[in-house]
Design a protein around this ligand. Structure first.
Ligand SMILES: Nc1nc2c(c(=O)[nH]1)N[C@H]1C(S)=C(S)[C@@H](COP(=O)(O)O)O[C@H]1N2
Ligand SMILES: [Mo]
Length: 200
């Protein structure tokens, strides 16, 4: 199937005119990739917590989180195991909104999840309309296996950076590798530069 046709940027997208990141293939279904079991999360105890490097914390309960302005976003997602899924529909709260009142000089962020998963990113990659805490997928509540009640969504990086069951984000002066980054995956993970593993 001639799906990858380089040189078609800027034209309306039809299946024959899609440019995928190098080494990726298109999938129509939505694979589930989890390093461990799906954690059971009680919404009455759910919290999202941003911890700044000065020790200050901002926390949102589930109802407080739902009261924040949410956005509908349609984005392509790229998994390091080489599947890409185009035009996925999400609803979530922008990290710009969540970080608006956070006082920080940190350059790095470590997202952490219920269940213990972690992943690191430069703080700049969470800002300027690039990242969301998503709680809806395709018009329905986000399914537990895909990270519900809420997950990080950072579509411009490989999908392992989009922490499912997200619990919070720690802001750090120094970069700290997360779960897959410690296991040899790339620190940054740009699919367009094919940054799959350390050294790529
Ligand atoms: N908490 C948590 N988040 C996670 C993972 C995980 O194992 N645990 N896997 C990552 C990987 S490798 C990918 S590709 C995507 C998969 O998301 P999906 O299962 O919704 O397709 O979630 C990412 N976020
Ligand atoms: Mo992945």
């Amino acid at each position: 199937m001639g799906i990858v046709s380089p040189g078609f940027q800027g034209r309306p997208r039809s299946p024959a005119a899609v440019t995928l990141p190098p080494g990726q293939y298109l999938t129509e279904d939505f694979p589930v990739l989890s390093a461990g079991p799906t954690p059971r999360i009680d919404l009455t105890g759910w919290e999202f917590v941003i911890s700044a490097e000065n020790g200050r914390q901002q926390r949102w309960s589930w109802s407080e989180f739902l009261d924040l302005p949410a956005e509908d976003v349609t984005v392509d997602i790229h998994c390091v195991t080489k599947w890409s899924k185009l035009g996925t529909h999400w609803r979530g709260v922008s990290l710009d909104t969540l970080l608006a009142d956070v006082d920080t000089t940190a350059d790095y962020a470590l997202a952490h999840s219920y269940g213990g998963y972690t992943t690191n990113l430069p703080l700049a990659d969470l800002l300027d309309g690039q990242a969301w805490i998503a709680h809806r997928y395709d018009g329905a509540d986000l399914a537990p296996e895909h990270g519900g009640p809420a997950r990080l969504l950072v579509p411009h990086l490989y999908f392992w950076k989009s922490a499912k069951w997200v619990h919070g984000i720690r802001l750090l002066p120094d970069d700290e590798p997360g779960f897959w980054e410690t296991a040899g995956y790339h620190d940054y993970g740009d699919p367009w530069r094919e940054q799959r593993y350390q050294g790529d």
